[in-house]
Design a binder for this molecule. Structure first.
Ligand code: AMP
Length: 319
């Protein structure tokens, strides 16, 4: 573990080292994949040439993009990628252009050393930690507009103007750099999954997108990097968001949704939440619906602030 810390110090000090071998007992060898070695890149050209070599060896690649402050939810995507792909690549990049709220960006948690240890322990093969200049080398790379239709006008799109444009910018750049076979995303950001699927179609990429289940704390709270900004008491209160969604799910088709929604929002506000939205939608395309007789193929989604921390959650009701 001492070697891990030492290598990191060089990296974080901005040294010219672009590839760092984290050695745990065994000798590293870039040409051969071993669970005991994770390679960190900060330059896209180095990452690309490394991945190209692996691809020529016939190895498949799985990609997990993140903004760091990793938790078990992120690691479940790494685990899924390890199962499906020969090589797992994770990126950590806090993408300023997708934050519509400066305070949210400024306070976004960061724990890079711990993230590296978690990824190394989980058997991630490659970590990409680019700088903003690496992701957006010129003004043109930030000057694109994506046609997302109603997806960017509703729910997150309505309350976070410009957010999904920023998401598309970074995901397009990362997909062009990594060119993965598989892309692993979390259902927690359900609308983002649909946006990225639409982007992948527009880009005409061959990448296969997997949407992985939401990992939760024991009390039901969806794991999130932003939970680090809540204290223990607030985390207990925050679990009410999931419990509310569960309660609505159980009553859908028995009582009408508008009534359930009003009651739920009142209860949440009494607990100190400020609710941005709580909606029922078709899971296929997120068309908002007022109510449903037979709850299937729908999703209940919510976003609410607790102590200035914005939390999102959803429950999918499949066929
Ligand atoms: P983020 O670092 O928040 O951008 O998240 C990176 C990826 O992890 C996204 O695809 C998220 O949807 C996914 N993710 C975040 N939280 C969870 C969770 N609790 N369970 C599963 N996946 C998650």
């Amino acid at each position: 573990m001492r070697i891990v810390k030492l290598a990191l110090t060089v990296f974080l000090a901005g040294g010219e080292v672009t590839i760092i071998f984290l050695l745990i007992d065994v000798e590293s060898n870039v040409e051969r994949y071993s669970n005991a070695v994770m390679i960190i890149f900060k330059r896209s050209k180095d990452l690309r040439s490394h991945i190209n070599k692996a691809r020529h060896q016939g190895l498949s690649t799985g990609f997990v993009p993140t903004m760091g402050a990793l938790h078990k939810g992120h690691l479940s995507l790494i685990a899924k990628s390890k199962k499906d792909a020969d090589i797992t690549i994770c990126s950590i990049f806090v993408n300023a252009v997708q934050f519509n709220n400066k305070e949210d960006f400024d306070k976004y948690p960061s724990s890079i050393e711990n993230d590296i240890l978690l990824l190394e322990e989980s058997g991630c093969d490659i970590l990409f930690i680019p700088t903003a200049n690496e992701v957006y080398p010129d003004a043109a790379s930030k000057n694109k507009h994506y046609e997302l239709g109603h997806l960017e006008k509703i729910l997150e799109g309505e309350f976070r103007p410009g957010h999904f444009q920023g998401v598309c910018l970074v995901v397009e750049r990362l997909l062009n750099i990594v060119e993965p076979d598989y892309l692993f995303l979390g259902q927690k950001d359900y609308q983002q999954c649909l946006v990225i699927k639409s982007l992948v179609k527009q880009m005409d990429k061959k990448v296969k997108v997997f949407v992985c289940p939401i990992l939760r704390e024991k009390n039901g709270l969806a794991m999130s990097s932003r939970n680090l900004r809540l204290n223990e008491e607030q985390k207990q209160i925050a679990a009410a968001l999931y419990k509310t969604l569960m309660c609505i799910k159980e009553n859908l088709g028995i009582r009408n949704f508008p009534q359930l929604k009003t009651e739920a929002i009142n209860k949440l506000e009494k607990k100190g939440f400020k609710v941005d939205y709580l909606e029922l939608a078709k899971s296929k395309n997120l068309t908002i619906i007022d109510d449903i007789d037979k709850p299937k193929g729908v999703i209940i989604l919510t976003a609410a602030f607790l102590n200035n921390v914005r939390l999102i959650d959803n429950i999918l009701i499949k066929d």
